[in-house]
Design a protein around this ligand. Structure first.
Ligand code: ADE
Length: 228
């Protein structure tokens, strides 16, 4: 998969050289490119924002650098999916990550300030599928942190990125439930024992206990996921 990220703070993404995603990049499974939006400006100050028409607080990102960036990056594939992190978008879920992990080419445009000139989204739709995607119902200073989260959630679903594919299955949200609790040695720690059943060697009983734990945790912590 190829991912192009456009941001005025490209160094945010330096962390993606680490860990499993860093390895995936080295091995070529993940072809990730981070670009500075200012490289598509032509004035001396490399200006990317201006005051909003109609007035109001803050600045709006100008359309011209975005148009040039999207033209150049979209030209490298036939069907790019163009994602703009935005608190006004659809909520990013595990299902969104699974969907995006199937795509050949993602372009992620990180807005700052009060947002990007609306015409950029309309224009982007002429180049590929456009998705405005929110990390959740809170406001960040820009799209970068949301983009990082999305790249990690999508990247780990690309075959070969996570060594043991089974660890992808037994996780919160993969089956609509929260994950069961995990324990390791020692079996007693600070007067707390590991649940007896996990030491029993009875795999059927362990699986049933884990399932019960998943349902109970989901009921208590995230009843919205159970839909009743
Ligand atoms: N940019 C600012 N807030 C955001 C959010 N909640 N999700 C995605 N992008 C954002």
């Amino acid at each position: 998969m190829r991912i192009d990220v456009v941001s005025i703070f490209p160094s945010y993404f330096d962390g993606l050289a680490l860990s499993l995603l860093g390895k995936a990049r080295e091995s070529g499974i993940l072809d990730l490119h981070v670009h500075d939006l200012r490289d598509w400006t032509s004035d001396r100050h490399r200006t990317v924002d201006d005051t909003p028409y109609g007035g109001g607080a803050g600045m709006v990102m100008k359309p011209e650098p975005w148009g040039l960036a999207l033209d150049e990056l979209a030209a490298s594939s036939s069907e790019p999916t163009i994602i703009f992190p935005s608190p006004a978008g659809e909520v990013f879920r595990q299902a969104t990550a699974r969907d995006l992990a199937q795509r050949e080419h993602l372009i992620i445009g990180c807005g700052r300030y009060e947002g990007i000139d609306e015409r950029v989204f309309e224009y982007a739709a002429t180049l590929g599928e456009v998705r405005l995607v929110s990390l959740g119902d809170y406001v960040l200073n820009g799209g970068e942190v949301a983009a990082m989260a999305m790249i990690e959630a999508v990247g780990r679903l690309i075959p070969g990125v996570v060594g043991n594919p089974e660890s992808l299955v037994e996780e919160s949200h993969e089956d609509g439930l929260l994950e069961y609790p995990s324990y390791t040695k020692p079996s007693a720690w600070r007067d707390r024992a590991v649940p007896e059943i996990l030491l029993s060697g009875n795999h059927g009983a362990i699986a049933a206990w884990r399932r019960d734990q998943q349902v109970e945790r989901t009921r208590v912590r995230r009843p919205d996921l159970l839909g009743d």
